[in-house]
Design a protein. Sequence first.
Length: 523
Amino acid sequence: MLVTLNMLIAALGDHPIENRIDDADRIRVEGITLLCGGEKADGRFRDRLIVCGPDRVGEAAAAGYGAIVCVCGAGSSLPEDADVIAVYDDVEPAEIYQKLSERYVSIIDWRMRMAEGMTNGCSLQEIMEMSKDMIGNYIAVSDSAFRLVANTANIPCDDAICQRMIEHGYHPESVVEKFRSTGRVKFWEEHDFYIDNGHLFSPYTLVGRIFRMNGEYMAHAVMTCNNREATPDVIDLYNMLCEFIAKFAARDWENQNAELVLYSSLLTDLLSGSTTEFGQVEEHLRQNGFPTDLMCLVRIPVNAVANTLVGRLGKDISELFSHVHITLYQQELVLLVGGSSAEGHDAADREAVSFFELLEKYELTCGVSSFFDDVSQISVAYMQAKEALDAGERLRRSAHIEQLRTRYPHVFCFDEYMPYCLLNNSYDTIRQWLLSDNGRALAEIAELDRKNGTNNLQLLYTYLMNERRAKETGEAMHLHRNSVVYRIEHLREAVRLGDLEDANVRTGLLLSLLMYNLCGGDE
């Protein structure tokens, strides 16, 4: 079992030493040998650390051992080319060998206890508590929602951020905002390991490691160097602990529910088309208490939001809905939301309102599919949510006639925006529409509106949407019904609108008005 040279030579801190090995940080050794007396160097054990006196250095070097500790007397000197760790003290090599061996055994014992504990099903918290004697610093592991998963509870820490996290069980919003405003969240997205001694958040040096699954931020371990400095041996020990934290992430976190992890292989397989076993999927959902008689799919673009905050958003969402599967898929949060008529519409409405308000807080938009009751329809619902999102986002930017009427202008439901979703707004279609009679007529009305400061396009749209009822149109436009009648007649005379008594004419005009609202008169 390999141990870093840094971990071992830390045991010689009571002695004056000189490290002459250029690549000492990369050296790993498997065992320690004392070379003295009549014992000969054995090149078969190349990964071992050799302890010897100056007279055996050449022999040990020729045998090709992993590293050499040469015990010299105080005031002694070695050849300049000696690639060794020199101990300048009046001690016997056997004493140095004993210290290094005890250190080696303690590290191996710690590692074996962690490995056996994991094999026997212990928790990550138990693994963390095993590190007290070896590392000595406070270490906290948080998930992608900034919640405390495990920590070295047996090591006190007076750092304010650590104390608040222990108190709340997660980083409060004020702390998260500080991370965001100082660019720390973006930094964590781009780095897997860092040492922060700039005292931006803590009076102590911080050593952090990021754990990812499928490329996405999953967990974060931070060592606060409140008892021991971030020396090479301490960092190496911390990295050894992180190997086990990573194993816990791979073994456990993928299989937990959406409240803890933004990864659902079930939902991802359905979206990617890698499974068509819809019956098995539906049975799995039912066995886990997920109602399948009323479902909808929600897509939330999050490419502009740091993954760490995505984790927090996922946690908040999972606490709002009674039944939800969440996955991070292609830079979007995808939600499969389940409900049941037996649970009542009031409860579902309350969940939806809370969800919409949460999105508003995060300044995010979403597309929502129609409701469906068959798992095989998930791929269609996925496309519906995308079409609604695209149409809604475009209307938010360029609505010409009617602004979004919904209470939540960042939520786009397919059933509400379906007419826009069904429009083909490709470049070629827009050009063809502009050259049609309706396209030309609306362009003329728009030009008159610009010249005269009127709103006849909106009036025509409202008139047609209200089934040509002048009174209702007037109420919506804050006009007298007689004014509505006069202005519509004036439009019919000024512009070729066709016979509004003809249902086909009205349908064509309405579709043209929707097209104009979506993309205007620009080619």
